[in-house]
Design a protein around this ligand. Sequence first.
Ligand code: GDP
Ligand code: MG
Length: 368
Amino acid sequence: MFSFFKKKPPETDTGAAPVPEVPIDDTDKRSWLDRLRGTPVTAEAPAAEPETATPIVEDQPRRGWMDKLRGGLRKTGASIAQVFTGTQIDDALYEELESALLMADAGVKATAFLLDDLKRRVKQAKAADPAAVKELLADAIADLLAPLERPLRVGEHVPTVIMVVGVNGAGKTTSIGKLTRHLAEAQQKVLLAAADTFRAAAREQLAVWAGRNRVEIVGQEGGDPAAVTFDAVVAGKARGCDVVIADTAGRLTTQLHLMDELKKIRRVIAKAQEGAPHEVLLVVDGNTGQNALAQVQSFDAALQLTGLIITKLDGTAKGGVLAAVALWSRERVAAGGAPLPVYFIGVGEQLEDLQTFSAREFAQALLT
Ligand SMILES: Nc1nc2c(ncn2[C@@H]2O[C@H](COP(=O)(O)OP(=O)(O)O)[C@@H](O)[C@H]2O)c(=O)[nH]1
Ligand SMILES: [Mg+2]
């Protein structure tokens, strides 16, 4: 019923009592952090230490999460599901499905890809009614999205330096706050670089989210974002932090000087720590549909992204954009590039509303 985080050895100077461990989910028996780290599921992992484990929350999150995801994707999914309410598998069904996928902002390419794939599956399975076709569509979507599913690795580098970018209002600061809370609860020492020095409130916003004793914030209002980030990474190294996360100011990809500033931040991070940043994450608002794909492309061209966080999938009718991103990532791999994973998706403003992305969960939530 519970799964637990495998603790780091207690720090000697604190003499702290064993810290409560973090329960995660009942489908993947690894802890949230182990999922982050990509630690393989091992038979002995969760169940081996029940007497030392202290459950702090009933293990509801992932189940509650499916309900949330389903609720969030209802607008996107309803018009797609509507296609399968008839009794015949005919051209009209495929045409309606094409319109529904386009309306959901899956984009022309991913829509064509999914339709071809679906027709092949229908033939192969000799599906006889629309309900069966709907199941096959869920499979097709899950398979298309599967390569986007990958855990964010924390702990390979000390500190792991994560740079977070995206347009204004995408959900960067909120997502960083949520990630930081999860990390802090998993006994990771986190240092935040408040490099969004334009907005006076940005630092306070981070502080509110982070409000935990294992989190420190380096920032200076009105300071130079690159300098703040450099100081933060140096401090993170000196203070033995596990993770340094740099929040940056939102910008439009058309604001070239601001994109240049992001490139500068990326460069100074590499100066402060060789091999860093280990992750450059773009936060995109799922509500922006096809525009999200344009953002992915331009930020990637400027900064060589390593992953995505897609927020605000709650209440959007444009959740199909994940299919568009998946197809783009697929083409990138075909051209010899690295895949671009979706590390997390957000379906609301609460802490538990940001979770790791699962292709199968997404496809199921969309169509059931
Ligand atoms: N509904 C919803 N709102 C979100 C989500 N993520 C962030 N927000 C809200 O979006 C707004 C902008 O977020 P913020 O983190 O300040 O964006 P930033 O400018 O990229 O740092 C805030 O009101 C957040 O609460 C989400 O997944 N769902
Ligand atoms: Mg912000």
